[in-house]
Design a protein. Structure first.
Length: 113
């Protein structure tokens, strides 16, 4: 058995052969791997009854209705920001079309600017 330490939490690793993941190609992928490992460690601690109270509270909070509503609100805020960005970009395109149309009309009427 090996003893691993994750953020001050000591976890014993069994001798079972685990599938070794290939090295991550990006920082984001590496972060996801590390989070997955940490979650696996906490899950094992919960299964064996050795998890701390704060680990249980963390996962209970994730499952609460208040947390779900907070996440839904955050998702809606993100959608709203994307819609505002699209509207802004669309407005810029319309502004350019108007400017091009005015310029073309000026040329057509004989007024060179």
């Amino acid at each position: 058995m090996h003893i691993l330490v994750f953020g001050g939490i000591t976890v014993k690793e069994s001798k079972e052969k685990k599938t070794k993941l290939p090295p991550a190609m990006t920082e984001e992928a590496r972060e996801k791997q590390m989070v997955a490992l940490a979650v696996d460690c906490v899950e094992e601690r919960m299964r064996t009854g050795k998890a701390s109270a704060s680990e249980y509270v963390y996962y209970l909070k994730l499952a609460s209705t208040e947390e779900k509503k907070r996440r839904e609100k955050l998702e809606e805020e993100i959608k709203l920001l994307r819609a505002k960005t699209e509207a802004y970009e669309s407005g810029k395109q319309i502004e350019k079309l108007y400017a091009d149309a005015i310029s073309a009309m000026s040329l057509y009427s004989g007024n060179n600017r």
